[in-house]
Ligand binder design. Structure first.
Ligand code: SF4
Length: 175
């Protein structure tokens, strides 16, 4: 039996980081209760947020955010239905693969969330040098907080000895 229904709908998605980005999310009903899958996803996916009480889990997948709840999966942002359909297929394939391998995965039941951008920003060099591709350290912190950037993109953290302690703190914070 499939985890997800074959059909989906597009809904408007808010995008607070970049006003030019696509503004839809794919909403796919579940065919089964997805709650038992979440601890396994929590063990293997790039998890942004996991609340076992809700239960809900959000993870990063091929540049998309995927939110999994008991009765549906939401994927976004996507620009149109065709891109949404392909994203749905890839996410579904990933979820099915995790479920099929669950005997070999140690589930993680503890809640998870990434640190808020301000906590990250306080530990960045604060020079706004732009070498990470962002205009400011704060913009980079926002991207790090949603797994849209890698810490190693901030080159000064790695090549300037005076930032070594901050880098260690950030590595621990984002681990
Ligand atoms: S490379 Fe680092 S120091 Fe430079 S703007 Fe980006 S986050 Fe700030």
């Amino acid at each position: 039996m499939s985890l997800l229904a074959p059909h989906f709908k597009l809904e408007p998605a808010s995008c607070y980081v970049d006003a030019r980005c696509p503004r839809y999310k794919v909403v796919v009903p579940a065919e089964v209760d997805l709650a038992p899958l979440l601890p396994y996803l929590n063990a293997v996916a790039k998890v942004i947020y996991y609340d076992p009480g809700e239960p809900a889990l959000v993870f990063k997948f091929e540049g998309l955010k995927v939110a999994v709840r008991r009765d549906n999966v939401q994927i976004g942002p996507v620009p149109d239905a065709e891109v949404g359909r392909r994203a749905k297929e890839r996410v579904e394939e990933f979820l099915e693969r995790v479920w099929a391998r669950k005997e070999n995965i140690s589930p993680r039941y503890e809640p998870r969330s990434l640190p808020p951008p301000l906590e990250i920003y306080r530990r960045l060099p604060g020079t706004n040098c732009g070498r990470c591709g962002e205009l400011t350290c704060m913009a980079f912190a926002v991207k790090l907080a949603s797994l849209e950037a890698e810490l190693s993109d901030c080159v000064p953290l790695y090549e300037t000895p005076e930032f070594e302690e901050k880098r260690r703190e950030l590595e621990a914070l984002l681990a």
